[in-house]
Ligand binder design. Structure first.
Ligand code: NAD
Length: 260
């Protein structure tokens, strides 16, 4: 379905981004990976997911908090892949603290990586998509893009901002073949959430299994983690012709979190 398209997935060396990259590759999209840490294992798993289509898998290590590096990432995409057809803004970090103790540098980093990076990638991707009259932009917001939790002021502000940014650019492109949408996951068991489970176990003096159960019980009525593969399946749908008029939505996949 996506043969001949190129998808850039930011923050795709781990977790949700990697799961989405694998699902898009399985549909035939060439993939540009981005993110920190080990690159060879994610590259191999995405290549294997797209093997039947012979997809090309590239990597660029841009730090998504740095606009100049995001520009270098787009120059790489243009030179090596002829541009970006599918943009998945997924890179993100978390920090948990009450507002009065929130480290200023953590606030700045969360806003830069979780929100401003999507502004930069969109401003760079939209002209090429408009020229081809086809494009898909999928922003990984969060249930925290729709409702708040204590201790997550920067993250909630960034994710609400990302939902607003999604709607605005969806309107700007509404008469074109470019769609812009957000996916709002509940808890997904990735390194980002494992850190919060570890902290909860330590703070409450309970086992990791109990902390995990408690974390789900507080927010997620299904009591099950959402999986990166399920989010990848939704991303694939958003890239399909069936989603040509899905525009500006903030689609929660959250086990019932925001229905409460
Ligand atoms: P993760 O920690 O597993 O992966 C984050 C990815 O982002 C990694 O590849 C990391 O290297 C990359 N990254 C971090 N800082 C970066 C930077 N400055 N530049 C480039 N890459 C950077 O986290 P995840 O849980 O897979 O989260 C992915 C996205 O999904 C985030 O935006 C997160 O806010 C969102 N999300 C996660 C959950 C969840 O429960 N895990 C829920 C809702 C939304």
């Amino acid at each position: 379905m996506l043969n001949g398209k190129t998808a850039l997935v930011t923050g795709s060396t781990s977790g949700i981004g990697l799961g989405i990259a694998e699902k898009l590759a399985a549909q035939g999209a060439n993939i540009i990976l981005n993110g920190f840490g080990d690159v060879e294992a994610p590259k191999a798993s995405v290549a294997s997911a797209g093997q039947a289509h012979g997809v090309k898998v590239g990597y660029h290590g841009a730090d998504m908090s740095k606009p100049a590096e995001i520009e270098a990432l787009f120059a790489y995409a243009q030179a090596e892949f002829g541009g970006v057809d599918i943009l998945v803004n997924n890179a993100g970090i978390q920090h948990v603290s009450n507002v009065e103790n929130f480290p200023v540098e953590k606030w700045d980093a969360i806003i830069a990586i979780n929100l401003s990076s999507a502004f930069h990638t969109m401003r760079l991707a939209v002209p090429g998509m408009r020229a081809k009259n086809w494009g898909r932009i999928i922003n990984l917001a969060s249930a925290h893009g729709l409702v708040a939790s204590a201790g997550k002021s920067a993250y909630v502000a960034a994710k609400h901002g990302l939902v607003g940014l999604t709607k605005s650019v969806a309107l700007e492109t509404a008469t074109t073949g470019v769609t812009v949408n957000a996916i709002c996951p509940g808890w997904v068991l990735t390194p980002l959430v494992q850190k919060q489970i570890d902290a909860k176990a330590a703070n409450e003096g309970v086992s990791l299994a109990e902390a995990q159960k408690g974390l789900l019980g507080e927010k997620q009525p299904s009591l099950q983690f959402v999986t990166p593969g399920q989010l990848g399946d939704l991303a694939v749908f958003m890239c399909s012709p069936g989603a040509d008029n899905v525009r500006g939505v903030a689609w929660n996949v959250d086990g019932g979190w925001v229905a409460q």
